[in-house]
Every structure is written in C-alpha cells, then in structure tokens.
Write a protein that binds this ligand. Structure first.
Ligand code: BG6
Length: 498
C-alpha cells in the first residue's frame, strides 16, 4: 500500500489507525508493506515516530477511536513494514523512485506486484498523482497483478469539475481500478440499512408511497468549522455534505433492491435512484444558513465570520435544508427533506421515516384529540440503532393515546471494538470489493441533483447571513420549508440516545 500524503492529517488520524485495527483483526497478510510518500524530508524512522506519537495521543482519549492502550505487538508489526519516500507529486522522478522501491519490495517482501495507492492528498492533486502514476506505468495491470487507486473526497466541486476529474483519471485508470471513498459508507449503521430493508419481511412491503408520508434525513453537527476555514470557505455545507454523505443515506433508503450484492448491481441501483431526483426549484425548495455566535453544548462559540481563515463578510453557508422529490414509481409524491449544518443543538445523524396517519374516524367521540404519527427512526450516530414510534392506549377507563417506542440499540446486541470507520473500506479495497465505493455515475448523479441549488446560490448572495445562532436548530426558514407542506422537522433533541 502506498500512501500519498503520508505526513498529513488524514493519514495520521484515520488511515494508519485503521490499518492498526486491521492488524489486530488479523486481516493483513505477512507480506503486507506500506510506503509513505510526501514532500517533507523524513527518514523512515522519523515517519514512524510521528505516527507512533499520534497513536499514543488516542490512548485514554474521548473520540470514537479512543483506546485504552496500544497493542505493542500489533503496532510493531505495522511499523516494521513501513518505509518513506520523499518526493514532489509534480516531479516524474518521485514515481520512478517509488517504482524502484516497490519492485525491490516485491523481491524482498513478496508483495507480488499488487499495489494499492491511497491518495490522502488535497483534491487539486488527485489528477496530478494519477497522471504521474499512469505515466510511470505504475497502474498498468498485467500478469494477474492488480493496481488500485483510492481517491478521497471532495471529488469535484460541481457537476462539470467532477466530470472533468473523472475524464482525467480515466485516461490512466479503468473504472474497476478506482475506489472513490465516501466515509459514510464505512459506518456500520449505513451498511445496515440494506440488511434492515432486504433481510426482513416486515419493512419492505411498507417501503413506498402507499405507506410513507415523507422522509427526513438529518446530519446535524455540534462542531463548527474548526481549523478548516480555508477549505470550508470555498466548499460550504452543501458541497461538503449533501451530494456525497447525505445522498448515501438517501440512496440506501430509497434504492430498489439490487439483484445481488455484487458491487455493480448495488451501485447501479444507487445511481438510478439519485438520477431520479427531480431537479429542485432552489428558490423554493432550498434554504441556506450561516451560524452566528452562540452557545454549543454549554460553551460560548464565535460566529462563522469570526473563525480563522474566514472572510468577515463571508457568504459561505454552514447549513442547508432542502426538499427533494424522487420521480419514480415507488416514491412519487413522497418528499425527502434533508438538512445538515454545523454548530447545531445536538449531534444527530438519522433517517426519520414518517408513515401515513391512521384515519381518525374511529376515535371521534373519544377523549383522543389527535392521532400520533408513526415514525421509524434509523439512528446512524450516535446511539446507533433503530426505533419505531407508535400510539398505545394509556391505561384507564377512557380511550387516551400516548406515543411509545420500540427500540433496538446496537450496543445491546453487538460488541464492537473502537474503530475509525475506515477499516472495512480499506480492507475492501485490498480484496477488490468496490460495493462501498462510488462509481463515476454515482458521483455525477449526486452533483447533477444539487447543481440547480449551486447555480442559484453562486449567483445570488444570501441576504440575511448570519441567520442562526450556534447551538440552535438552524434557520427559521428551514422550518418554513416544512410548514408550507403542513409538516415539521423532528426536533433535534427528540430522539432519546443513551
Ligand atoms: C466530512 C466533512 O466529510 O464529514 C466534515 O468534510 C464533516 O465537514 C464530516 O464534519 C462528518 O462526518 P462524521 O463521520 O463525523 O459524521
């Protein structure tokens, strides 16, 4: 495995810890080797030492990848297999040097000519690196040896740039060699949506417009822009989250059953449902927001415009809500409302499915004033699980109803080791299973669906930024988006997490 961007943040925080977990799970063969490539001048030893320091910082930490202690044997196993190449991505010499090193490893370590190139680098270098690899003959597959390239997000910044990037990399690679990552697909709960729908007789019969009133997909964060002002200023919440992560949730929820779990069968169904998204009327169906100063989880925080590397009159959105319609037989007339934003009240990523209301007829003349809606909640994070909300009769002589819940929590059934979410993704690249990766058509369909919003927002500056207080529910206009349809968002703090 070759990691471009070996000295970068992503390598240290996610890729290498994920490899370490794969060692612990005994998923890596003895012949496995890692070559790091970066511009910084470092010895093999210095590169390893920097990574070791990072690993130690996870011990006793609080993040998702907090570990009690580092397993010394596993870490040693991994670091023993690491070497470093200093090089500039623009310099052909880098690739020749790399080639020579890899050929040597084939002989000394038995790596058998199979290569996984991981581009943990800024997106403007994706095509540079692929071009360099291509020109040096490093991605040519022959004699049964595979060559694969993993590409991080962002994949383009709109439809045209995504198409151009695809065209550029496809000059050197075939589609089956490209693994475009969307880390949401590494989340067990996202993968579980398929199991929920297709491994049970209970849900799929009601999974359509006959039974479902609407769907709400929420990815609310309690972090702000952090130290990523430079990146975020030109990206914004829509590009950062919607055509990729939020659409993964949408596709998993709304896709037709594939004919098998074969990568292309699954990805074809996902592309199809995203392609069926009707172009939204952005003036009517999309709302943007930017956070003002406020209090998040008890801590006072600055407005977005005061963040480092952010313009004091920035028009970049940190929140988006939109209403989408999927123009196919299953979903005609069922709106999908999406929202995502930074510095909101509560961290919650979930898909809430609202079932049609039962008729009131029978309850007329009873003490029941209104019917309670049925909801099915797919909790992606935190408190991973699935909840079902329905009405029950309250004990007592008269007919009164309360909403009650059936709840499945992952932690009650399955014990999982701390993980970064990259383990499955990395392992799948190594075994050549592309199911959890984005094909070119998936990526382009995502951009095409949001392009009308990008176009309008790009040409018309917002008039009311900042328009929501950090630590709140988002802008009031987002509530109006649903109120117009006589619906309302589920409050962010409604779903109970343990
Ligand atoms: C990243 C975005 O892709 O996903 C971030 O660039 C965002 O802005 C993150 O915070 C959310 O991922 P997760 O796994 O923390 O929900």
């Amino acid at each position: 495995m070759v990691i471009f961007g070996a000295a970068g943040d992503l390598t240290k925080r996610l890729v290498v810890p994920a490899l370490y977990n794969l060692v612990g799970a005994q998923r890596l063969p003895d012949e496995f080797r890692i070559v790091g490539v970066d511009l910084a001048s470092k010895t093999d030893e210095e590169w390893r030492a920097g990574l070791t320091e990072m690993m130690q910082s996870f011990v006793g930490g609080e993040g998702e990848f907090a570990v009690d202690q580092i397993n010394k044997t596993a870490w040693q196993w991994l670091t023993d297999r690491m070497s470093y190449v200093q090089g500039d991505l623009n310099d052909p010499q880098t690739y020749h040097q790399l080639d020579a090193d890899l050929v040597k490893l084939d002989k000394t370590a038995g790596t058998a000519g199979n290569r996984l190139f991981y581009l943990a680098i800024a997106d403007r270098f994706f095509s540079v690196a692929v071009g360099g690899l291509g020109s040096a003959g490093l991605v040519t597959e022959s004699n049964g040896q595979w060559r694969r390239v993993v590409i991080e997000k962002p994949f383009g910044h709109d439809l045209n740039s995504a198409k151009a990037l695809n065209a550029e990399i496809l000059k050197h690679l075939q589609e089956h060699q490209i693994y475009r990552i969307d880390h949401f697909l590494g989340k067990e709960t996202v993968q579980n949506i398929m199991a929920l729908r297709f491994a049970n007789g209970l849900f799929e019969p009601m999974w359509n417009r006959e039974h479902i009133d609407h769907v709400q997909i929420t990815a609310a964060e309690t972090v702000g822009v952090e130290h990523r002002g430079k990146f975020y200023e030109k990206t914004g919440a829509l590009r950062d989250m919607v055509p990729n992560h939020v659409f993964q949730l949408l596709a998993m929820t709304a896709m037709e059953p594939p004919i098998s779990f074969d990568a292309d069968a699954v990805r074809a169904k996902k592309a199809e449902v995203i392609q069926a998204v009707r172009p939204p009327d952005p003036a009517r169906d999309a709302v943007r927001g930017q956070y003002d100063a406020g209090t998040v989880l008890g801590k006072a925080v600055k407005a977005y415009r005061q963040e480092p590397d952010v313009a004091s009159d920035s028009n970049t959105e940190t929140y988006i809500a939109c209403k989408l319609q999927i123009d196919n037989w299953r979903w005609a007339g069922v709106p999908f409302y999406l929202r995502t934003g930074k510095y909101l009240k509560r961290r919650v990523t979930e898909i809430a499915i609202r079932v049609h209301q039962a008729p009131f007829t029978l309850f007329r003349g009873t003490d029941v004033e209104r019917m309670h809606p049925n909801w099915m909640i797919l909790r992606i994070q935190p408190g991973e699980g699935i909840g079902l909300e329905f009405a029950a009769k309250r004990p007592g002589p008269s007919m009164k109803l309360s909403n009650v819940a059936l709840d499945f929590a992952y932690e009650d059934y399955f014990k999982t080791a701390p993980n970064t979410g990259y383990e499955t993704l990395l392992y799948d690249c190594m075994i050549g299973d592309a199911t959890l990766f984005q094909r070119a058509d998936n990526i382009e369909a995502g951009w095409a669906a949001v392009q009308p919003i990008l176009d309008l927002w790009g040409s018309k500056p917002p008039s009311s930024f900042p328009n929501y207080a950090a630590g709140g529910d988002g802008p009031a206009e987002a509530d109006e988006l649903l109120a117009r349809d006589r619906r309302a968002w589920r409050p962010l703090d409604l779903t109970k997490h343990r």
